[in-house]
Design a protein around this ligand. Sequence first.
Ligand SMILES: [Zn+2]
Ligand SMILES: [Zn+2]
Length: 339
Amino acid sequence: MLTFTDHGIYCEAGDFFIDPWRPVNRALITHGHADHARPGHGAYLATEAAAPVIRHRLGVPVETIAFGETRRIGSADVSFHPAGHVPGSAQIRVEVGGEVWVVSGDYKVEPDGLCELFEPVRCHAFVTECTFGLPVFRWRGQQEAMDEVNAWWRANAEAGIASVIGAYSFGKAQRVLAGVDAAIGPILTHGAVENTNEVLRGQGLTLPATERITPDTPKSAFAGALIIAPPSALGSAWSRRFGAQSRAIASGWMALRGVRRRRGADRGFVISDHADWAGLNAAIAETGAERIFATHGYTAIFRKWLESEGYDAHVVSTEYEGDLFETDSAEEEAGEAQA
Ligand SMILES: [Zn+2]
Ligand SMILES: [Zn+2]
């Protein structure tokens, strides 16, 4: 019913693609990250909550659909359901002649105080991401992780130095914002982060007050402040003007030894917008699906695991497999060009 082509996931009954990586006539988009929402398609369909970021990043018109609304495209019935990954992110359900497939996009099952809560959708076949599809990846609760961030910021503020945290500009940055204790001090932002904040506030999301860093921002503004920037800005010329500072990164990859050091951070906070091992397994079980297609991450290992659990499991290769850490940073890049 869905086929995996060199352009992406294709539905013949509706003549559309889901998150295609090469230009197509009609694209259904799960969410606005750069590895899912690409330029050059003839038509775009996304949720009402995902569309503003996609329009902002790609400068294209986007047709919208509400969560849970069913739309007929050709002979396929299509609906979008919350994926809990970033604001507006969706799993896409496709039904043709009584057979149901769901494409997860990126997802996270744990509530984060920012995104729509992940909704399990029953299906016959489930195309699942598995970015963190190894048992070593186990997240703690949002509150516990944010308590750590707040303690780090508070200690730095008391020592009179800046706290610079690398968080990709759409999703992670706002999740950090939603969870920090804004009473500790002022919150300053990199342009890529602030541009996304503006789009999300424009669609009704409430975030603590932030101030965009510009060339005119006085040097005295940085000591004691929390500065939220894309991870690539850490240690850059841009960040040198903050003076004495502690650098941190918020990412699921911080669970791996050595990654924090390689990225030049003093602290690593394990905060991910993807499901961990337990989350992936729980989400897959809840679909009731027998056929599982693994994409986006540790696909080969995860497929084997699913097979041992009795599933009819397959791997779907996308254009960007390879260095997993790069896959994570690909999600950061789109906003950065606009900084
Ligand atoms: Zn994503
Ligand atoms: Zn992705």
